[in-house]
Design a protein around this ligand. Structure first.
Ligand code: AMP
Ligand code: ZN
Length: 496
């Protein structure tokens, strides 16, 4: 098995990945809050973990990948006070909250499919786990790590730290600094300490998303759902937890506190955070008004775009940088990505068609063999070095040079030998398709092709070259189409 190193946000080091219960791997990724359309920034983060999921599977692990849907508890402003993001949309649009949830969950799935992201093994939702969230809140109260105040329940950070919890260790925040930063606006007067965060919130009369609980009508705090769902499906301590960099604090810091507080164990071995997609250096976000919807990219309709880009071009663009560096959106970079992606696809088509031909007159060419072997190793070294897809892609281009030499007849398969040739083929195809998830976007514009052929058909007919005319008819038929040669015009139709 390959030795994969991943950067662990918790230890701030690249560590060799060793699952708790190999070959099984438990992996949890914070999913979207489904109150608006998913933008390209969100897609970047989910693509990072799609690559991780794909690579772990590729190198032989059996991964249970849990990615949730946040459909309650994430409040406008990301704090403990205010309207629920989904509830707010539901009111604005005069819809049921679950209609909002369904609409944006459908969009999320559709977009991720367009970008060829694999579905997770389990996709649980926060509203489907209210019982578990009430239970964990009760456990934390019983352990003296949470307290009820005016119908809401808060996590007690001071108590947690007295017991050696270490709140702040993931994000590197110092408690005293946090205290000075906090403008005690959330849960004013209800909290013992301004840093305490809500596990359960009392629902104000106008708050439409609410459930019964031992503390009255209310709803769960945003951070709790991920603790409950990850524990339920992956266990009290599991291998990998991921999300965007902006979730490190407070969301993931609070998840650690809730998990450790309720079970006594650190919930996660490796914390992974994907960096932000930026526009002119600023984080892409809906609220900043600088976000692109995938549909705008595919149509080229956004004012900052000067042309349309296909899903695979955009996926390739994202993979050209390592997930821990920021990635700035730019037209030029996308144009370069379009070229780069097509070059890879041409290589893919060629290598799939190339077969090994034995030739006793040729001897193995050590220089070529060593270059191919180095290229293959380089591809894996890139992936193993904290999923450095940029390095992997650079090495795929090195392999592409060899593939083109084979194609042009400048190099014969027999000069590589059967083993190296097979390794070149397998590596190139599987890394591009299975691991990077880059697939050929076929040009399905049947209209343009058929009309071009019809123009030829008319020319041959006028020139009375009937053998050519028949050839074209046969070609249409072979593709499930027929030529309609009518008195007034010539057209084509699907063969009925
Ligand atoms: P949200 O639906 O806002 O909770 O975001 C879903 C995921 O997208 C989270 O993991 C965020 O960290 C991530 N995310 C949001 N904005 C960006 C961005 N500009 N670049 C990369 N990831 C982002
Ligand atoms: Zn989460």
């Amino acid at each position: 098995m390959q030795s994969l190193k991943i950067y662990n946000t918790l230890t701030r080091e690249k560590e060799v990945f060793q699952p708790i219960n190999a070959p099984y791997v438990g992996m949890y990724v914070c999913g979207p809050t489904v109150y608006n359309y998913v933008h390209l920034g969100n897609v970047r983060t989910f693509t990072t973990f799609d690559i991780l999921y794909r690579y772990l599977t590729h190198i032989g692990y059996k991964v249970r990948y849990v990615r949730n849907i946040t459909d309650v508890g994430h409040l406008v402003g990301d704090g403990d006070e205010g309207e629920d993001k989904i509830g707010k949309m539901a009111k604005l649009e005069k819809l049921e909250p679950m209609e909002i949830v369904q609409r944006y969950t459908n969009d999320f799935h559709q977009v991720l499919t367009q970008f060829n992201l694999l579905p997770p093994s389990i996709e649980p939702s926060a509203t489907g786990h209210i019982v578990e969230q009430i239970e964990t809140t009760q456990t934390l109260i019983d352990k003296g790590l949470a307290y009820e105040s005016n119908g809401s329940v808060y996590f007690d950070i001071a108590k947690y730290n007295e017991q050696g919890g270490g709140y702040g260790k993931l994000s590197g925040r110092v408690l005293d600094d946090l205290l000075t930063e906090t403008r005690d606006l959330d849960g004013v007067g209800e909290k013992r300490n301004p840093l305490d965060f809500a596990l359960w919130k009392k629902a104000a009369p106008e708050h439409i998303m609410r459930w019964n609980s031992p503390w009255g009508l209310g709803f769960p705090g945003w951070h709790l759902e991920c603790t409950c769902m990850s524990t339920k499906y992956l266990g009290e301590t599991f291998d990998i937890h991921g999300g965007g960099m902006d979730l490190k604090f407070p969301h993931h810091e609070c998840e650690i506190a809730q998990g450790k507080g309720s079970t006594g164990k650190d919930p996660v071995r490796y914390w992974m955070h994907s960096n932000m997609l930026t526009v002119n250096g600023q984080k892409m976000s809906k609220s900043l008004g600088n976000s692109f919807l995938p549909a705008e990219l595919f149509a080229g309709s956004h004012p900052l775009l000067d042309q349309a880009y296909s899903p695979m071009t955009v996926r390739f663009f994202m993979l050209q940088s390592q997930y821990r560096s920021t990635l700035d959106f730019s037209n030029d970079a996308l144009k370069a990505a379009q070229k780069g992606y097509k070059r890879l696809m041409n290589g893919l088509r060629i290598i799939k068609q190339l077969e090994y031909v034995a030739d006793d007159t040729l001897t193995p060419d050590e220089k070529h063999i060593s270059e191919v072997t180095k290229g293959i190793q380089g591809c894996y070294d890139g992936m193993n070095d904290d999923l450095n897809t940029a390095i992997t892609i650079a090495n795929l281009y090195n392999l592409l040079k060899k593939i083109n030499q084979l194609y042009m007849g400048q190099l014969q398969p027999a000069q590589l030998g059967v083993t190296v040739f097979a390794a070149l083929k397998t590596t190139f195809v599987s890394l591009i398709e299975e691991v990077l998830g880059l697939i050929e976007e076929k040009n399905n514009n049947i209209e343009a092709f058929a009309n071009g052929m019809l123009a030829l058909y008319s020319e041959y007919k006028a020139a009375k070259q009937y053998d050519k005319v028949d050839q074209i008819r046969t070609y249409f038929k072979a593709n499930g189409l027929v030529i309609k040669d009518m008195k007034t015009r010539i057209d084509w139709a699907y063969e009925e």
